[in-house]
Design a protein around this ligand. Structure first.
Ligand SMILES: C[S@@+](CC[C@H](N)C(=O)[O-])C[C@H]1O[C@@H](n2cnc3c(N)ncnc32)[C@H](O)[C@@H]1O
Ligand code: SF4
Length: 390
């Protein structure tokens, strides 16, 4: 079975105005040292339960894992390899903020096993970057992308955010164009999510967050899609575009509803049909590990029916779609819900695989909600591994 390992590094230099991830801006060397010791303890504990497991992917997400010094990363990698089997050709990704890119750091990260970088560019428009509270400017992102290439990374994913206040379709086209020119192998387009407890949430409550209307949002997405397709990228998932062979193996595990172990504050695990979270924030994580309290704070056994609903919800995001044989309990309900979408050529059924068409992926959320709602029995269906990775 293909399985992924996710490690959450919660430190950030500053909190971006839109961000709601589990992060802390307190990261003096002492705090990081304490976190690393605790993470090592957590790894050892998890290995006691899961030592027999091997992992095809390893993903350092955050927060900002690129804030780690080479020595800190070396220490974590050694602990992981000591406790678990990471398969020889594993995809090993680290999320990087442009400000952290230096030749020395990138070379060291490669030496310690990182073979894929996911860089948070967000935009190449300096005005938008400032509005988001990002620390880097467009030139910083260009410089980081250059260094990533020069230090030998060939598998590089870059994030952009769409639907920002004052953003135009031209901004999006330019940013995508720069990424293509920089030679990245994957581009992920996130739609801005406004969370209540963020600066953007406050601006929205004060009526100071004029988000682009739907036609403009569609124009932005369309501009990006055309540029990426013309450059040889395929939309293999609603928001993710990759050159052939550079699809994120780690994210495919989430979308195919396969197993993963998540360690660190806020991380979720999904193993043997149970989804659990050990600790929801950094303080709780540090306290529980220090007290040798290894019970997860939440654990939910996913019923076979809900597992199929989740498979539908995540698998339909993929261009490859899902084999209906995986969804025996949902067949009748889908047979009723599908026809209107099939008639409009928004979804298709080929050799028993159900997928959204290119046109359907423009209104993915609407289709997913319309198909999944009639399949629900009762109780919540949760599909967030920890939020988004790229
Ligand atoms: C977990 S974040 C961490 C990456 C890294 N710290 C950075 O900021 O570059 C991964 C990506 O999620 C996206 N993201 C985070 N918050 C978002 C939000 N509220 N709406 C849309 N995208 C968001 C950003 O594109 C970001 O690059
Ligand atoms: S977007 Fe990235 S850098 Fe900004 S606060 Fe969130 S995790 Fe930290």
């Amino acid at each position: 079975m293909t399985r992924g390992l996710y490690i959450h590094i919660p430190f950030c230099a500053r909190k971006c105005f839109y961000c709601d991830f589990v992060i802390t801006v307190k990261h003096a060397a002492g705090d990081r040292a304490r976190f690393l010791s605790v993470l090592e303890k957590d790894l050892a504990q998890a290995a006691r339960r899961y030592r027999h497991l091997s992992f095809a992917t390893l993903y350092f997400g955050g927060g900002t894992p690129s804030l780690l010094t080479p020595d800190e990363l070396r220490r974590i990698m050694a602990a992981i390899r000591h406790q678990f089997i990471i398969v020889p050709d594993a995809e090993i990704t680290l999320e990087l903020n442009p400000d952290d890119a230096s030749e020395e750091k990138l070379r060291a990260f490669r030496k310690y096993g990182i073979n894929r970088i996911s860089i948070g560019v967000q935009s190449f428009n300096d005005r938008l970057l400032q509005q988001m509270g990002r620390l880097h400017d467009a030139e910083g992102a260009r410089r980081a992308l250059r260094l990533i290439r020069e230090t030998g990374f060939t598998n590089v994913s870059a994030d952009l955010i769409l639907r920002l206040p004052e953003q135009t379709a031209g901004d999006v086209r330019d940013s995508v164009g720069e990424l293509i020119k920089a030679g990245v192998s994957q581009v992920v387009l996130y739609d801005l999510d406004v969370h209540e407890k963020t600066v953007y949430g406050l601006r929205q409550r004060q009526g100071r967050l004029p988000l682009p209307e739907e036609p403009l949002h569609r124009e932005m997405f369309s501009a990006a899609l055309t540029a990426l397709e013309n450059a040889g990228f395929a939309q293999y998932e609603v928001s993710s575009f990759a050159r052939p062979g550079f699809e994120s193996k780690h994210n495919l595990i989430y979308w195919r509803n396969q197993d993963y172990l998540g360690l660190g504050p806020g991380a979720f695990s999904y193993l043997d049909g149970t989804r659990s979270q050990f600790a929801g924030n950094t303080t709780r994580y540090l306290e529980k590990c220090a007290a040798d309290d290894w019970q997860p704070d939440t654990a939910e056994i996913i019923s076979p029916h809900n597992r199929q609903v989740e498979t539908l919800l995540t698998g339909l995001r993929l261009a490859e779609g899902i084999d209906l044989a995986q969804l025996p309990d949902l067949r009748n309900r889908l047979a009723e819900a599908l026809p209107p979408f099939m008639e409009k050529e928004l979804v298709q059924l080929k050799e028993n695989r159900l997928s959204m068409t290119r046109e359907g992926r423009f209104i993915a959320e609407t289709i997913l909600s319309a198909l999944v709602t009639p399949c629900l029995d009762s109780g919540p269906v949760s599909v967030s591994p920890r939020g988004l990775t790229s």
